[in-house]
Design a protein around this ligand. Structure first.
Ligand code: GLU
Length: 368
């Protein structure tokens, strides 16, 4: 099934790569996966996003049952990441494949300059036929500014480098329409073309053992990819050829992508942590629907902490988030000009500014 794809991001969950009892690398599994990767390495670009640093490092950090505090997890990650990179090098070297370690923070995918920089580095590695092995830089990421799960990180990486397929290797067996533990008639869903509330509800009730993601972050990852011209497959990793043997069968779920928009708009749409928000009235809502810019006259409220150039969310009245965009002004300036006409801006701020708070080229509508 993967023959038609050219650039594939493979995300490996902690529960596949780390033996939950020994907290050591699952070497048998690594052997078969690397053998399978070798088959595709020549004709395709392969990028690996691999979890497991925290699980591998945890035996060296004192704790009771599981690591709860962020600093314990960060310390464990800094121990385990060395081991993780070492193991990848060891197993892929057997096939004469070179690897590179790339550690990414949330900001590397949210700040456009850093995003473009990370993209250049990863693409350069691929041009040199080196497989990037990516993880979150857990050691420095704080609670508010971390992904916390590699599912979404992998989706952002896929988007960043224009991958056409994201494979999430995991211990999950599929997505059921009801909880299979209490419902004998629960059915597996194998193909998804649209992620709606009911799919999210189903996913919410299913978790996996070692990693931090579970089903819901996998669905969120698929959603990011669907909007970016990239298909997603969630599949059980326990097969002899985890990649080559993927078919549209019972142990995998396939998410088909929708048409991609421009890369700048894709980047905006998938921004995970906007720095603030503005709320708009009906007139501004209509203007946005008609692809116009957002002017100060239609803004009723502003919140958060943002500078000019930061990404902010746009809400319609007390209801839904309807758009996301880049603010031309910082929050203090917006506070002064909300509800005002654009021609009043120079008088209020004391300098010539842009007529609009978010220009239409910097604005993406959220289509529900
Ligand atoms: N970055 C974490 C690690 O390497 C994994 C997060 C996750 O479970 O997805 O342990």
């Amino acid at each position: 099934m993967i023959n038609k794809y050219k650039k594939i991001v493979i995300k490996i969950g902690s529960s596949s790569i780390v033996n939950p009892a020994s907290k050591k690398i699952n070497s048998k599994w690594m052997l078969k996966l690397c053998k399978d990767i070798k088959k595709h390495h020549k004709e395709k670009n392969i990028i690996i996003v691999c979890s497991g640093a925290i699980a591998l490092g945890s035996p060296l950090i004192k704790h009771k049952k599981s690591l709860r505090k962020l600093e314990d997890k960060q310390a464990a990650a800094s121990v385990g990441q060395i081991e993780l990179a070492h193991q990848w090098r060891k197993y892929l070297k057997k096939h004469k494949i070179n690897i590179a370690q790339v550690l990414i923070t949330l900001e590397d995918s949210e700040v456009r300059r850093r995003y473009l920089n990370a993209r250049k580095t990863i693409n350069t590695l691929l041009q040199n036929k080196i497989i990037p092995v990516i993880n979150e830089n857990d050691t420095v990421a704080t609670e508010e500014i971390r992904y916390g799960d590699n599912d979404r990180l992998a989706a952002r990486v896929a988007q960043m480098i224009d991958a056409d397929l994201l494979i999430l290797l995991s211990d999950v067996n599929g997505l059921y329409d009801k909880n299979p533990n209490n419902n004998k008639d629960a059915k597996k869903i194998n193909e998804i073309f649209k992620i709606n509330k009911s799919i999210e509800r189903m996913a919410n009730s299913q978790t996996s053992s070692l990693g931090s993601g579970g089903m819901i972050t996998k669905i969120m990852a698929a959603k990011i990819c669907m909007n970016n011209g990239c298909d997603t497959i969630i599949t059980n990793s326990e097969k002899t050829k985890p990649i080559s043997s993927i078919t549209k069968n019972n142990s995998s779920i396939f998410f088909a992508h929708k048409n991609p928009s421009s890369s700048r708009k894709q980047w905006l749409l998938n921004h995970l942590h906007p720095s603030g928000f503005i709320r708009i009235d009906e007139g501004a809502h209509k203007a946005i629907k008609n692809n116009k810019s957002l002017l100060p006259a239609g803004v009723t409220e502003v919140g958060g902490n943002f500078n000019s150039g930061d990404v902010i969310s746009v809400y319609y009245l007390k209801k839904d988030k309807i758009a996301i965009g880049i603010s031309a002004y910082d929050i203090n300036e917006v506070k002064k000009i909300i509800g005002k006409k654009s021609k009043e801006i120079p008088n209020i701020l004391g300098y010539e500014g842009r007529d609009e708070i978010i220009h239409k080229d910097d604005l993406v509508k959220i289509i529900k």
